[in-house]
Design a protein around this ligand. Structure first.
Ligand code: SAM
Length: 285
């Protein structure tokens, strides 16, 4: 069954009286080369977790690797469709659940014996950031996360300091993972076609974060404050974020070699770490 054929997709939709839900981000991938790129980047060893199988086009490609595939789908109307489209495979398990309400750690323990798995998904765009944040912040046994997201989101996550796309989400993702853009996917490669282009992003999860900090929560508060008002200087942003007098903050920043008038978007991970550690050791946060 050729799930990359729009004709077949329409036939299946008709057979199961299935209407595509915009609200659930149901834009199904049609490009077989992109499926290969996702499967290759996922570099599956001990199994793969998929989010949102849809009609199963990516699930099928993942099953073809011979590794165990567990796929979490929120839309119960898709369960009988997936039973039909994936009937030839015995290495797949579909779980009907909202990924955001799923205990992924328990799932990995139960389904993969806690081994380090890969994640592969063509993500529903309305919850891209919460899903990625959940997967990287929960410190799960995941080796890499390969996801299709809106092109702009992929560019933001992979952006380096000083670039216009660089922001709090770039720092968050680059703290836990090494992200890279795998390929751009035009909107015409989906059925139904979304309004914007997409990109496949591969985030290699690191054994330990890419920078060491004394207090992770504080580090992320510094990052959030620094990007909260993009046109303001770092000094102003931190002074607002930490309700701290500017004189003391200015002295702290100069003491660690950071210009108080710089904008947050110029700072890399190690500079944010230095600021957070200095705030902690000097008792300002
Ligand atoms: N994997 C298929 C493909 O590549 O064609 C479908 C991808 S489609 C962009 C997103 C899928 O995620 C849909 O099947 C949708 O029902 C499902 N989905 C949406 N929200 C979800 C959630 N919170 N948890 C799990 N699946 C979800």
């Amino acid at each position: 069954m050729e799930l990359t054929s729009p004709k077949v997709i329409k036939q299946i939709a008709e057979q199961f009286d299935f209407g595509f839900s915009k609200g659930l981000g149901q834009n199904f991938l049609l490009d077989p080369q992109v499926l290969d790129k996702i499967a290759d980047a996922a570099d599956i060893d001990d199994g793969v977790l998929e989010v949102g199988p849809g009609f199963g086009v990516l699930t099928k490609r993942l099953c073809e690797t011979g590794k165990k595939v567990v796929s979490v789908e929120i839309d119960k109307r898709l369960i009988p469709v997936l039973d039909f489209t994936l009937a030839e495979f015995d290495n797949v398990k579909i779980i009907e659940k909202d990924i955001l309400k799923t205990d992924v750690k328990a799932l990995i323990d139960e389904e993969f014996d806690g081994k380090r798995i890969s994640v592969a998904a063509n993500l529903p765009y309305y919850i891209t950031t919460p899903i990625i944040t959940k997967l990287i912040e929960e410190k799960l046994p995941i080796k890499n996360i390969v996801v299709m997201v809106q092109k702009e989101v992929a560019e933001r996550i992979a952006a380096k300091p000083g670039k216009k796309d660089y922001g709090a989400i770039s720092v968050l993702c680059q703290y836990y993972t090494n992200p890279r853009l795998v390929t751009i996917v035009p909107k015409g490669s989906f059925y139904p076609a979304p309004k914007v282009d997409s990109a496949v992003l591969c985030m290699e999860v690191q054994d330990k974060p890419n920078v060491e900090v004394l207090d992770e929560k504080l580090f992320f508060k510094v990052v959030k404050s620094a990007f909260a008002q993009r046109r303001k200087t770092l000094l102003n942003c931190l002074s607002t974020g930490f309700s701290c007098p500017k004189e003391a903050l200015s002295e702290l920043l100069l003491g660690i070699g950071i210009e108080p008038t710089v904008r947050g978007e110029k700072l890399g991970l190690s500079e944010f770490a230095k600021i957070a550690d200095a705030l902690k050791t000097q008792g300002l946060a």
